[in-house]
Unconditional design. Sequence first.
Length: 146
Amino acid sequence: MLILSSPLYGQIEQEGVRAYPGECCGAMIGLDVPQADGSVRRVVERLKPLTNSFEKEEQYHRFRLDPLEYIQVEKEAGAAGKLVLGFYHSHPDCPAKPSEYDRHHAWPYYSYAIVSILKGEPADMTSWLLNETTEQFSQEEITRQT
């Protein structure tokens, strides 16, 4: 389960709106909190917007993290005793479901939040985890906290 405060949820939506018709992207930073039943709650404490380093003409349907930015985010999170829990990006005028491109470029462990931006407005947000064995995504519940 991915826990996002309402302000962070809104931040992802607004970044998607600002990047439209391109894709935004960023990192979700926080902690994995084990629960008594053996499950884990992924509590996102902050977001770090990242540069979509794909060529401008491809950004309407692709995002790519800048490797140097990614390394810096990992270092900053670790220094603060936090984890990079995953990444978020937008899908302009497409559903909030991972594409085949997303699946082929995803890493296990990380949560992948996707916000659908339809005609410049936020429409839906989902989160996904990649199964390392099957190399398929399973949907992860997003809990929005006020």
